[in-house]
Design a protein around this ligand. Sequence first.
Ligand SMILES: Cc1ncc(COP(=O)(O)O)c(C=O)c1O
Length: 367
Amino acid sequence: MSYRRDTIICEYMEWAKTRSHARFNLATSGLLHYPARDLGIRIEDVELSGPSSYGFEPLQVALAGKCAVPQDCVVAAIGTSMANHLAMAALLEPGDEVLVEHPAYEPLLSVARYLGADVRRFRRRFEAGFAIDPAEVERSVTLRTRLIVITNLHNPSSALTDDDTLKSLAEIARSVNARILVDEVYLEAVAVQSPQRSPRSAFHLGPEFIITASLTKAYGLSGLRCGWILAQPDLARRIWRLNDLFGVIPPHPAERLSVVALERLGPIADRARTVLETNRLLLYRFLDTRADLECMRPEFGTVVFPRCKNGRTEELCSLLRDQYETSVVPGRFFEMPDHFRLGIGCATATLEAGLDRLSSALDAMMS
Ligand SMILES: Cc1ncc(COP(=O)(O)O)c(C=O)c1O
């Protein structure tokens, strides 16, 4: 199916920017903001302009070190959002077929359509804990498939895809000469929560993989927009050149601050871990009390994707907003209207109050 570019809008993003705000905001998928004062910077350190062309060398070194990859495989980008756009723009021609997971983070679909790709889907089933079933992917690819797109952790469910599954996907991709874009923005939450057990990026599993990620979600550093793409050097060069048509170079102060943040990532992650550990316990305690919700309980991540057994999820989301000053993301934005996405990266007091209100709203719907 082909789309006119001017008909493509990202409804979820518009909703997130204009309608998700609430006193008890459980709609965000990232961690509460890390305060600039804790970065220990002086304003004199934040030069306005600097030697940035195809990357700012200190940032390139820091990102390559963090991801344990050669520097020529790293393309810096403005958040995972721009990373996804650049990666797809470099890989896709109009009419190419792209296979995207379902449910999906909507901008991944919109970008592919904006680039003129023919978007097909494969299911990640609630009943299977939203795990990727390689057999389902194999059934869904065709000889025209150029790209398979997944998120790991999965947005909206936070399901973790293991290396064996990723390797099976690589085989499938190889068989039709396609590549796999893995958006790993939430994999950073695993690194935060479990530094010892943190899985390596899928980039290390084979040349089929192109990775996008950022510091935005798991560390509370959204405003820095420190994102990156990991790609084989020839593709990475192509992506840098393509960026000449978009942002050309990023704001230099953000590059400098990103280097500082990467140097301090240990303590920044410690703070995030404390928040997520406390909040996950609260969430699971809440879910234990709600027989009217079904929820896959992920070990890691900043979001969960419960289902209202009574199917009245839209009504619940409206009631929460209108009468309980609380927001969650309606599942319709993920093409599963019986569900809603609930974020646990906020301040603990906010989560506690928000969950109380969620309970009250669910009770009110029953009575
Ligand atoms: C799967 C996924 N990718 C990318 C993004 C955007 O990330 P960033 O803030 O780094 O641009 C989001 C934001 O919610 C997301 O859920």
